[in-house]
Design a protein around this ligand. Structure first.
Ligand code: NG6
Ligand code: CA
Length: 514
């Protein structure tokens, strides 16, 4: 081989190698809880400033029409991790804190696809997908199966929600800091042990419930469910955000040399809202505003760690939320009276739990300096259920037809190279809706029109609803009677998606609907 040919070969090998390396960014998904479409200044909020998240958007792509699959947490998280709709499977509603793992361990998942591609994988934060086998989690022993059996090499989780017992962190298979001499007992039906409950002793509370949330008191806050024991393992509510940053930072730092995938699922801005002193009374909007600032600071901290390690440019950060906003979700934390004109849903109707768009249309931002052009706003219709297929494509993997059947490859849209709408998006609340192009159809449903406790319109109506989102983003004008053929086509499409089990459904010819 001549020297020239050798040099050329070397150049080619190096070129292929570096471009392959570039295609494999680190991936950090920051998944907020109950954050609304109108909660960030980069999405039009004027009463609060979210500088760090705004910066992410300015340096990346801000999506205006991206959707969580469901209007509550457990089903949205189920879908994002499995690439299948939760509503296809029984038992995927809001999970109690002692639920068994609801995701099968023998199927492809968001972390397992990246693990297969050589990524180090971790989840830090809220889980809420159940733990353990049929008998539920053994809090005093080995807690499995759980995230580690689904493809996460490392997990540091809040097992369910912060308003549900047990109020302890689980690190990999064990409750962190558990003293074996003080075992944990959890019960969701009746009181266990002698720890006081909010119902019996409201005078002991530093944060009172507005509805529900009156069972065992932990750290002056009464929760859903009863527990006793595990005193040394109890979390400190005020520093949960800091703890999650600490564990995320440790994972990022020790894996900086390989590609890694971190799913940071924050407790903010879910109830109970207990901002750290650094954020208390800083927003002028009460505790809900304060924890939005805390969430923004979390994003800033993660960015700072990536910068300091020199790996920020080749790290894709995706920021989103699991469902829409709620102001009073069960604690009298004065969020309602201090709202001060802030509109968590932005221009959208409804909120968390709702079939109206604020239930599932959420902030969605992607930043990847090396891989995408900064400063774009994408109006493409996008669903979080597609992330699994996007990550498969990003890492050059082919899914077989039975795998993650509701997840389509929208990588070009995710990276801002295309603005093509998803063919349709299914939204799941009490009822199912389908969005296609400008149209949104909500199935007839006999559920209540409003949830009075949380003061949210649920979007249930016994007759069909049809909205033209291009002109009526607030879903005020029901056009179902005016356009019966559109209703017919969309209800048929929805039926087809329902019937198709989890296999991919082929493209429907309905270009007139775009
Ligand atoms: C509801 C809780 C609410 C919240 C929600 C789950 C009551 C009265 N309300 O049942 O506070 O925990 O479940 O929220 O208990 S989610 O974001 O995790 O889906
Ligand atoms: Ca949620």
């Amino acid at each position: 081989m001549s020297k020239k040919v050798f040099e050329l070969l070397l150049f080619l090998i190096l070129f292929v190698f570096t471009s392959a390396a570039q295609q494999r960014p680190n991936i950090v998904v920051i998944y907020a809880d109950d954050l609304g479409y109108g909660d960030l200044s980069c999405y039009g909020a004027t009463k609060i400033k979210t500088d760090n998240i705004d910066k992410l958007a300015a340096n990346g792509i801000r999506f205006t029409n991206a959707h969580a699959t469901s209007a509550t947490c457990t089903p949205s998280r189920f879908s994002i991790i499995t690439g299948t709709y939760a509503w296809r499977k029984q038992g995927t509603g809001i999970a109690p804190g002692n639920a068994s793992l609801i995701i099968p361990v023998d199927k492809i998942t968001l972390p397992s696809i990246l693990k297969k591609a050589g990524y180090a994988t971790a989840i830090v934060g809220k889980w809420h997908l159940g733990l353990g086998g049929a008998d539920g989690p053994d809090w005093n022993g080995e807690i499995k199966p759980g995230p580690n059996e689904l493809g996460f090499d490392y997990s540091f989780i809040l097992p369910a929600t912060v308003d549900r017992v047990p109020c302890v962190y689980v690190e990999n298979h064990r409750v962190a800091n558990l003293d074996p001499a003080d075992p944990i007992t959890v019960n969701y039906n009746e009181k266990v042990g002698d720890w006081p409950t909010g119902k019996e002793y409201p005078e002991l509370l530093k944060l009172r419930p507005s509805h529900g949330h009156d069972q065992t008191i932990i750290n002056g806050i009464s929760r859903i469910g009863f527990m006793t024991g595990g005193k040394a393992a109890l979390w400190n509510d005020d520093d949960i955000a800091d703890k999650l940053i600490e564990k995320s930072t440790a994972f990022i730092s020790s894996n900086k040399a390989k590609p890694f995938f971190l799913m940071l699922t924050t407790h903010d801005v879910h109830v109970p809202r207990t901002p750290h002193d650094r954020f208390k009374n800083k927003s002028g909007l009460g505790t809900r505003g304060d924890v939005i600032l805390q969430l923004d600071a979390t994003v800033g901290q993660i960015q700072k760690v990536l910068d300091s390690l020199g790996i920020a440019d080749n790290t894709m950060i995706i920021f989103s939320s699991d469902n829409g906003p709620v102001v009073d979700d069960g604690y009298a934390d004065s969020a309602v009276i201090k709202l001060n004109g802030h509109t968590p849903s932005g221009p959208l109707r409804g909120g968390k739990y709702s079939a109206f768009d604020a239930g599932t249309r959420v902030p969605f931002i992607v930043k990847w300096t090396k891989g995408i052009k900064a400063g774009k706003t994408s109006n493409a219709l996008f669903s979080q259920v597609d992330l699994l297929s996007c990550f498969a494509a990003l890492t050059g993997q082919q899914l077989t037809s039975g795998e993650a059947g509701d997840s389509f490859n929208a990588l070009d849209v995710l990276l801002g190279r295309s603005d093509k709408n998803r063919e349709y998006v299914i939204e799941h609340a009490n009822t199912l809706s389908v969005i296609r192009g400008k149209w949104k159809y909500i199935e007839p449903n006999n559920g209540p029109a409003i949830n009075k406790q949380v003061n949210i319109e649920l979007g249930n109506l016994p007759k069909a609803q049809l909205y033209d989102l291009s002109e009526d983003i607030g879903e005020k004008n029901n056009l179902a009677e005016k356009y019966p053929s559109v209703v017919k086509t969309l209800s048929a499409l929805l039926q087809k998606v329902k019937d198709k089990s989890t296999n991919k459904i082929e493209t429907m010819h309905a270009s007139s609907l775009q």
